[in-house]
Design a protein around this ligand. Structure first.
Ligand SMILES: [Zn+2]
Ligand SMILES: [Zn+2]
Length: 334
């Protein structure tokens, strides 16, 4: 079995933190390092592999095998809309379910690499039915799934009818692949903007509080949001109503929105596969957001939090800086 002490340490309360600091990769490092940039793009645990590649692959498979013909989607009909709803529900169940089953039901690696040693709450009034997992499932399926599907149905219907600009692989191959490459970056900026917005106190108290009830998140916390947050969150896909895109781009965007929060809220820094294969979830930056609220609104490749002064690098010094900053803000407001 892998020893987590090689990668990080636990404090007196049993909270684990990795030695490796939160990092954005070389995309915005100056002076730029083309070789580093190239490696980061294509190496394992870089920009593309494994996560963005998995999401793109799923989008291609969904488009090729599990999306009705464009001709069918030209007019709204219960048949194909119900089909897409069920297909999305199955995708969500499988993806989130695998993480939840592996890490939280079977507990295959115990608390090894788990940031917070506690398991999900089973008796806490912050959650519906006082149960964190049940609460998360309800928000995911009752709100996340229908709102995701509505955005998808409207986008596919408009593309099928030629109401919005359409991009073809044959005529624009470079742009076609470039959109795949840039969409995760667009997502970071869009998420950062809406995330700052819903931390505005009136919206936080009424909307974003639902997501932040999960101070110790698990996979299902990823899409556990108030319907208004879901509306903001999925609204990024509207970009395809403006820039020329292929349906597979819109599907990639939606699949990314739905699938990436799962490893992003896993609660574990690494998933152990087999005896010693490790899969990095890259969720420490966002875990810190759930722990300290006013830090790391975005994470990924664009250092937005560094630029806007809300970055937490994951170190103990970072904890102290955040506490001092929050104390200063509190004093200022009183
Ligand atoms: Zn979150
Ligand atoms: Zn937040």
């Amino acid at each position: 079995m892998v020893n987590e002490n090689q990668f990080g340490n636990r404090d007196k309360k049993g909270h684990w933190r990795p030695f490796k600091r939160v990092d954005y990769g070389p995309l915005f490092r100056w002076p730029s390092e083309p070789m580093q940039l190239f490696k980061w793009l294509f190496r394992w645990d870089g920009y593309i592999f494994p996560w963005n590649f998995i999401y793109a692959l799923v989008a291609v498979l969904v488009w090729t095998y599990f999306t009705p013909p464009m001709e069918t989607m030209k007019s709204f009909s219960i048949d194909w809309i119900a089909y897409i709803t069920i297909r999305n529900g199955v995708l969500m169940t499988l993806w989130y379910g695998v993480f939840h089953l592996w890490l939280y039901v079977r507990r295959n690696q115990g608390t090894t690499f788990k940031y917070n040693p506690k398991w999900p709450e089973t008796d806490n009034s912050a959650f519906l039915f006082r149960n964190q997992t049940i609460d998360n499932l309800i928000w995911c399926f009752a709100s996340g799934l229908p709102i995701w599907t509505v955005f998808e149905v409207i986008t596919l219907w408009m593309m099928s009818n030629g109401y919005i600009p359409y991009l073809n692989l044959d005529t624009n191959p470079i742009l076609f692949f470039a959109i795949f490459l840039f969409l995760p970056l667009f997502r970071e900026v869009h998420f950062y903007c809406i995330h700052r917005l819903i931390h505005w106190p009136p919206l936080y108290r009424t909307v974003h509080k639902v997501h932040h009830a999960n101070s110790n998140p698990g996979p299902w916390s990823g899409l556990s949001m108030h319907p208004v947050e879901h509306l903001f969150y999925f609204s990024g896909v509207i970009i395809h109503w403006i820039i020329p895109s292929h349906p597979v781009h819109a599907l990639f965007h939606l699949v990314h929105l739905v699938m990436s929060p799962t490893p992003g809220h896993a609660g574990f820094d690494k998933v152990i596969i087999g005896d010693k294969k490790l899969l990095d979830t890259h969720c420490f930056a966002h875990y810190l957001h759930h722990k300290y609220f006013e830090v790391n609104y975005a994470d990924g490749s664009i250092p937005l939090d560094k630029w806007f002064g809300t970055f937490h690098d994951g170190s103990e010094k970072g904890d102290q800086l955040v506490k001092a900053r929050l104390k200063g803000l509190k004093e200022k407001s009183t």
